[in-house]
Design a protein around this ligand. Structure first.
Ligand code: BGC
Length: 738
């Protein structure tokens, strides 16, 4: 059954409990300080470093659960065990450390971002947070919000695309959803962990204004919207200092400018010092067994004794940890004594609705889609579409309900020890058969293009499932589909003009066969019920409404960096440079990655350099059409824009009008978006209030945000390349604090 048309299934936690207010946070801080005043030095030291269960021998209470992290309790002060599990896409169980423990897999972050609907992100967060609590975790290492700067980044699938406003709002909503279960969510990886190659050694270089306007803006919006209990700092260096000992990021920006009161935990294996890290603003060393030393164990005790780390700083570290926990109810709504039952059917509905709203219809010539219920012979080709849908690899890997029908171990590479190429048990073949019970629906595996073309020639419709597996710790080798799938698609399209390509990819791929194939959908990694979601889109039971949260280049050379930086430098040390647990004797050397595009990430880069991508950011077709009319712009201190959005087609559907703003010769930026659902012929007036920090530039001399004032270009668009409805607004000068 299509889920897009239904109400979101009710979940236990209420939205009202979603985000802690600033008042809650200061009350929590007061309570935390009162606890700190009661603590012994040993108790304080106990809280500032966490175990990595797979590598620890210490389990004094038999309370370890195999997962990412564990911090022991202090019962006399009412401080419970802190149990941490990955990640943003569900309760992870990467290489099945917990035998048989399955969970609901959300679609990839890019799929969720493609919905442009914070409510869908919130519902997904609430669902996975409920599972985390039921499985006795009180910290979910979710909230991945690194911006997509490079289309080949192996972790793009976990994140929310290339635009700071979209990514920030969607991450904030997801975090609030997780925390509505009275557990903590992180936001991560702070900041600029934008490529996986050499992530543990590279130095990301960017100027301050550009950083504030891009990656940091995504974090800022995510933090103010979602109020995560904790921020996870990144592996890499930022402008010369490791992110986890970077006083500018952790103290000046996060604490002083943004007033953040929760705690900073390190990424696993991301700590490099004791005194520098503690004084820069790192509050907790995570996964201590993965670092070169237990920096926040005995060495921190010594540093406090010698005064190199003031006692007041240790108190603040502990107070921040407790503040994040208290503000989210962790000290009051204790974890259950035993694992609780989970309504996996209801949770799969949440994942399916997300996938259905996030699948993007990229091309549909000659009305091939939606597929006619009258098609008699349909052949599915490749991608293991007989049994399941692909997922992305790494710490976010969910062992999903129903198990893994296909699971391929890796023999080499930085991800080999903790990732396997894994399919979720949601069969497109089965779902398509259910949609077309009269048709003969067959499957060929696509390993032989000749056999595939033959099968396609004998069918009314051929559907090729093309896959690109990507993973944490490795970047994609190229933007081309691997394993000769381009040749397979070309052969099938030659044999049957009614060929549809379904992409299950981590991010953008090149499509050399595009003009030969009438219909293409980007299904991303579509999650727990991806097969059903794809079938519903193909047959029109759900009208496609996803929009690209990331530009699809026409050639690798169009992107600022055509391939991962540093591969030449790392050579044989690539594994040690990306995997904290690689245990290599080789010490990889650091290298610089210069983010020359500055804040002009993604579509802004394409506008600035006048490049035409294959598909622009924000793009997505529907089985209906939408028109924008009667644009009205009001300037002054705030930019307000309104427009009539009309469904001019014959089918109900959802659309995403997007507000872009620019001034001078800067590329236009997304300053607002809204997902609207309209019946055929229906019109709705949509009002946008432009996000002022997007309208502004960051001025390091102030320091703060400055709207220069004067004439601003305004467009309400179907995507980032559409300027068909535009106007000029006059804004008054304005400055805002950082
Ligand atoms: C990843 C984090 C993850 C952590 C714990 C790291 O390798 O970068 O995203 O939360 O491991 O598993």
């Amino acid at each position: 059954m299509p889920l897009a048309a239904q109400q979101a299934p009710a979940l236990a936690p209420t939205p009202a409990a979603a985000a802690t207010s600033a008042a809650d946070a200061s009350e929590a801080r007061a309570r935390a300080l009162a606890i700190v005043a009661e603590m012994t030095l040993d108790e304080k030291l106990l809280l500032v470093h966490g175990l990595f269960p797979p590598k620890t021998k210490a389990d004094p209470h038999g309370e370890l659960i195999q997962s990412a992290g564990h911090v022991p309790p202090i019962p006399r002060l009412g401080i419970p065990i802190v149990r941490e599990s990955d990640a943003s896409l569900g309760v992870a169980n990467q290489i099945e450390q917990r035998k048989g423990d399955t969970a609901t897999a959300l679609p990839s972050g890019l799929a969720t971002a493609a919905t442009f609907d914070p409510e869908i992100a919130r519902a997904g967060g609430a669902m996975i947070g409920a599972e985390a609590r039921a499985k006795r975790f009180n910290v979910l290492l979710a909230g991945g919000v690194n911006l997509t700067r490079d289309p080949w980044n192996g972790r793009n699938f976990e994140y929310l695309g290339e635009d700071p406003l979209l990514a920030g709002r969607m991450a904030g909503a997801a975090i609030a959803g997780v925390q509505s279960n009275r557990i903590v969510s992180t936001v991560k990886h702070f900041a600029l962990n934008a490529q996986e190659t050499g992530r543990m050694v590279l130095d990301a270089r960017i100027d301050e204004a550009a950083l504030r306007e891009s990656d940091l803006l995504a974090f800022e919006i995510a933090i103010e919207t979602g109020r995560p209990g904790s921020v996870m700092c990144a592996y890499n260096k930022v402008n010369g200092d490791w992110a986890c000992e970077n006083p500018h990021l952790l103290t000046d920006v996060l604490r002083k400018d943004w007033g953040y009161e929760g705690w900073v935990m390190s990424d696993w294996g991301g700590v490099h010092s004791t005194v520098k890290a503690a004084n820069a603003g790192l509050d907790q060393q995570s996964g201590q067994e993965l670092d070169h030393a237990m920096y926040f164990g005995a060495p921190l005790a010594q540093a406090v004794a010698s005064g190199k780390v003031p006692m007041a700083r240790l108190d603040d570290m502990v107070a921040r940890i407790l503040t994040g926990l208290i503000a989210n109810g962790v000290l009051d709504a204790l974890m259950p004594e035993a694992a609780q039952p989970i309504d996996y059917d209801a949770h799969a509905d949440v994942a399916q609705r997300d996938a259905e709203a996030g699948i993007v219809l990229l091309r549909n010539e000659g009305g091939v889609l939606p597929l006619a219920a009258t098609a008699k012979r349909i052949v599915l080709i490749g991608g293991h579409a007989d049994v399941g849908v692909l997922s992305g690899g790494g710490s976010s890997q969910v062992r999903s309900v129903g198990g893994a029908p296909v699971e391929i171990p890796l023999t080499e590479g930085a991800a080999a020890s903790f990732a396997r190429v894994t399919w979720h048990a949601s069969s497109p073949l089965k779902a398509i058969r259910a949609m077309a019970p009269e048709a003969e629906v067959t499957y060929v595996d696509g390993t032989d293009p000749v056999a595939a073309a033959k099968a396609a020639a004998g069918a009314d419709v051929a559907i090729v499932f093309a896959t690109q597996w990507t993973t944490e710790a490795e970047d994609a080798d190229s933007l081309s589909l691997p394993h000769d799938q381009d040749a397979l698609i070309a052969a099938v399209a030659k044999a049957n003009r009614d060929t549809v390509v379904v992409l299950e990819t981590g991010g953008p791929v090149l499509m050399p066969w595009l003009d030969k194939v009438p219909a293409v959908i980007e299904a991303w990694y579509p999650g727990q019920r991806g097969g059903e979601a794809i079938a519903n889109i193909l047959f029109g039971a759900v009208n496609p409404s996803g929009h690209l949260p990331i530009t699809f280049p026409a050639a690798a050379s169009q992107a600022p960096r055509p391939m991962p930086v540093g591969r030449d430098v790392l050579a044989g040390a690539a594994e040690a440079a990306a995997n904290a647990d690689a245990g290599s004797a080789v010490s990889p050397v650091s290298f610089k990655v210069d983010y020359i595009e500055g804040s002009d990430v993604g579509y802004r880069w394409y506008e600035k350099t006048r490049r035409t991508p294959a598909f622009p950011f924000g793009y997505g077709l529907s089985y209906s059409d939408f028109a924008y009319r009667n644009l009205k712009v009001t300037g002054g201190a705030t930019l307000t824009v309104s427009v009539d959005v009309t469904n001019t087609g014959a089918k109900a559907g959802a659309d995403v009008p997007q507000l872009y703003v620019g001034h001078g010769d800067t590329p236009m930026r997304l300053a607002g978006f809204r997902r609207v659902t309209l019946g055929p012929g229906e019109t709705q007036r949509v009002v946008f209030v432009a996000e002022p920090r997007v309208v502004a530039d960051y001025d390091v001399a102030l320091p703060g945000w400055r709207i220069a004032g004067g004439a601003y270009r305004v467009a309400v668009s179907h995507d980032a390349a559409d300027r068909s409805l535009s106007a000029i607004a006059t804004l008054t000068p304005r400055i805002m604090r950082p």
